[in-house]
Structure formats: C-alpha cells, structure tokens
Design a binder for this molecule. Structure first.
Ligand code: ZN
Length: 393
C-alpha cells in the first residue's frame, strides 16, 4: 500500500445521488479528507491535515466525474481468460479489468465440478505479492444448485439439489461471497438460511420459481436475483413468478445484463422504473470474449462464439456476454435516461451495499481509495486502486 499522499482536485465527486465539486485527499490507500461545498468533509484546516494537503502529489481531474471504483458481482472471464479453465487467471483478469473502471469483482464460476470451485478459492487465497489491479473480493458460485429446466449455457448434468453436503465447505471465511441458486428446489430454503448464516449473500437464478416460492425465499434471506429476466420463468399478470416479486418486493435487488442483447431496452426501462436506483445492480456476466475480437472462445469446457456483441453456445444459447462494465454504465444512461450518478451507483454503491463492503462504493472519509474518473461521455480516463494510480488519461 502506498504511503504517498495524493490529492485529487478539480473534479465533481459522486456524493449520495449526484456529482458535486469536491477534492479528495488520499493517504495509505484510503480517503482521509474531503473538501467541497456539499461533500460533508472536514475542511477544518487542522494544521496537520492542511500540511498533508499541501504536501500531496496532485492528480488534476478538472471538470471530470470522480466516482467510487466499479464492482462487478458476476464475471466469468475476459481478455481471453476463462476462470473455469484456469482459476489462477483471476489475478491477471483483475490486472486487466482496471482499465474498465472495475476495482473489485466477484470471480464467478458457472455449474461445474466441485474441484473447480476449490481451485478458485485456493487461487484467491494466494494473492501475488505486490498485486495492483481490480481486487477479487470473493467468489460467486452460480451453480450447481440450479434448475436444469432453466440451464442456459450451464451443463445440466452437473446440477445438483440442495443439501448440507453440497454447501458443506462454503462460507465467507473461505472466500465464498455470493451464491446463485434456484429456490424452488427441495431443501433450497434451508440451504438459503444456512448460507446466509455463514455470511454468504444468496441470489435466485436459473429458476422456475413462482411468486409464492420466491417470496418464501426472500423470507429465508435471499437478497437478490441474478440476471433478471434471463434463465427464469417469465412475468405474467396471473403468474408473476420471481420476476414479479423482484420488481415489486423492496427487499430484493436484481442484477441486470445491460448489453442490448440479454434484455430488450424496453424491459431494461421497466426494471429500472420498478427497481429504482437503489435496487438495480449492473453486472457484466462477461466471459473470455470480453475485450477480444470476434471469434471462438473457451467457456467452462464448452466452446462459445462471440460476434463481438453476443456470445453464444453452438446451439444458439447465450453464454455470458462480451460486455465491459463501463459500457454497461453508458448503456444504462442511454436506455433509461437515468443520471450518470445513478448509473455509476448501480455499479458501485449498490453492489457494495449488497455484499456488505462498507469501505467500498463511496468516497467518504475512511473509504478505500478505489476511484474511477470519467469524462463527460462517461469514458474512463483515470483509475486509482488502493491509492495507486493504475490508469492515467
Ligand atoms: Zn447465468
């Protein structure tokens, strides 16, 4: 961690729900002071703080938007790297993700053998010394406790029913942060309660859950829905299913893949209006094809083909995305007309809150100095991770 003092000056920082003029002072990887009209910083002028401001290296971001680093709760790979094929690639993925404004992420494994999940947890525990990049802050197991009837690109033969044995070694301390499961499977509610009790966040997905089952799952502690609309029973006005519960029950958040392929823009607008800016979570669900030219890719033992926009298995099923998180932010603004602040929060403050990362997702005093700077077109110009400048315009 750097001991170098940095002041980030001249920008407009994301504070609550808007960008306001403010300067940040960073020391030892954290924000230690904030100055600005509405930023709520100290600005006290205490001599030691003033000396720190004066002695800090300046990062001039005049006129640009300064936001907390983006957090991706669902990413399977990118830049030709497939985490299912090689879990140890998680660190290289983190290095490369930083340029997209992502500063923390949950490496995600779709349904596969348990040995693969163990390998990812082992890889996460072996942080390379001196690593600087987007931080993998725990695993997202998207499977194997899913419904074969909504398998998507997953291998249905590897799916299992909930049991104490399947989740035996899963807990937050060993690096499992998020589990997606199908709540209609027998024993799923007990499984949700057990996982939540071990500090794991549970989302519903790859599921046929109807509204009654979905509500029971929320009562049991399910906090969100994985890629809303995709791989789940559709909304009907007499059969609202999990989609209807997600849109109407304020206890649930929902992740959405806003790549213009997975979900029609009309449905994105519907979800945005129903969920509002505090329950809508941007995820990429990116695979190895992200950041690469069109072509064929490895994805969890099966090939997939990217046309640069959509990634599909040979049978035509969507197999993750080629979406970058900064693109998702821009897409959300264009599709819904939401403010840039709201879109950025959907990829930072909201996911941070969902997984309990209290020192991420905001720029207040004490926050990690994970910072992304955007220009007026919401293109990423500068990225700081743990107070280190990793990308500079
Ligand atoms: Zn999925």
């Amino acid at each position: 961690m750097t001991e170098r003092l940095i002041r980030v000056t001249g920008g407009r920082c994301l504070v609550d729900t808007s960008f306001v003029e403010c300067d940040l002072l960073i020391d030892d990887g954290h924000v230690i002071d904030v100055r600005g009209a509405r930023a709520g910083g100290t600005g006290t002028g205490a001599a030691s703080v003033q000396a720190a401001w004066d002695g800090a290296d300046e990062l001039d971001v005049a006129g640009r938007r300064v936001a907390p680093g983006l957090i991706d709760l669902q990413i399977n790979g990118g830049y030709g790297l497939d985490l299912a094929t090689d879990p140890t690639a998680v660190w290289e993925l983190g290095r490369r993700l930083a340029r997209t404004g992502v500063t923390a992420f949950l490496p995600t494994l779709i349904t596969g053998p348990s040995s693969r999940r163990s390998s990812l947890l082992e890889a996460l525990a072996r942080r390379p010394s001196g690593f600087v990049g987007a931080e993998p802050i725990g695993a997202h197991f998207e499977g194997p406790i899913l419904n074969p009837d909504r398998r998507g690109a997953h291998d249905a033969s590897m799916m299992v029913e909930p049991s104490a044995a399947v989740i035996e070694s899963w807990d937050a301390a060993s690096g499992v942060r998020l589990v997606t499961l199908a709540p209609e499977l027998p024993g799923a509610l007990e499984c949700i309660e057990a996982l939540v009790g071990r500090g794991i966040v549970v989302f519903g997905g790859h599921t046929t859950a109807d509204a009654a089952v979905a509500t029971a799952a929320v009562d049991a502690g399910m906090a969100g829905v994985t890629h809303l609309f995709n791989a789940m029973a559709s909304f009907g006005h007499r059969s609202p299913n999990l989609v209807g519960v997600a849109l109407s029950d304020e206890r649930l958040s929902a992740s959405v893949i806003v790549d213009r392929v997975h979900v029609d823009p009309v449905a994105v607008r519907l979800a945005w209006r129903a969920l509002g800016p505090s329950r809508f979570v941007l995820v990429t669900d990116a695979v190895a094809a992200m950041g690469q030219p069109a072509g064929r890719f490895e994805f969890a033992d099966r090939g997939a083909v990217s046309d640069g926009r959509a990634v599909r298995n040979d049978d035509g099923t969507l197999a993750g995305s080629a979406l970058r998180m900064d693109e998702a932010v821009r897409n959300l603004v264009e599709i819904t007309g939401c403010t840039p602040a709201e879109a950025v929060a959907s990829a930072s403050a909201v996911p941070a809150r969902l997984i309990g990362e209290t020192d991420r997702g905001h720029l207040g005093v004490g926050a990690r100095a994970d910072i992304v700077v955007f220009d007026d077109d919401l293109a990423v110009t500068d990225v700081l991770i743990g107070g280190e400048v990793v990308t500079r315009a």
